[in-house]
Design a protein around this ligand. Sequence first.
Ligand code: 13P
Length: 253
Amino acid sequence: MKHPVLAANWKMNNGPTAAKTFMDTFLAGYPLRGDRTIIIFPPAVSLTTVAIAASSRPDVLAGVQNIHWAEKGAFTGEISAPMAKDAGARVVLVGHSERRHVFGETDAQCAKKCLAASRAKLPFMLCVGETIEQREAGETKALVTQQLRDGLSQTPNLISADFLLAYEPVWAIGTGLTASAVDASAIHTLLRSELHQMIGTRGDEIPILYGGSVNATNAAGLLTAPEVDGLLVGGASVEASSWLTIAQTGRPH
Ligand code: 13P
């Protein structure tokens, strides 16, 4: 069984001052443990704060929520993979549903971002997931498979250290609706088999995280579901007290 990965996506919450307070509280209550990995995805302005706070903790990684696919240039408001890495990012989110649905990010752009991350040797976490309309139309499996295949279309030679996958049904994000452990497992199992087809046994090592209204109450049940290797948490990760509970959610090893 893989070590679980517990990831906090703060979205547009916790600027540098709040990030420092969060990290002080969180790290004080969360002694080093070797049986799981924690990733914190702060807004880019708080990345350095989180990275510095976690610098002595191999089990706590700073991540960045988005990158541009170019290395540098005239792209006002964007940051590149090498820059994010330089600022302390150890992982990048690619294709989060808010990037796709609020900012119109396409599978082709996700593929370019995966390639940019891979060139910078910055591991990436590709996010896939269906809307409620797609779910009700019975399109979930085809859709997440296509998002996975298109997202990785420019990075065919992935190894497990390069890449994580997150299944986040759009209808479950920020709505209080969570996929049941059985439903999450069914999609994770499908994604695992797709990975296996794409990259063989290397696909067995890729952590697949579930996200969508995860909280301190439902985290344990989701984490024990087959093929759920971790959790990607939004709203319930913004406050250190709630995140402390989720980060320590048990699973026997
Ligand atoms: P919530 O946990 O707020 O539903 O957000 C999930 C998410 O989008 C994490 O990336």
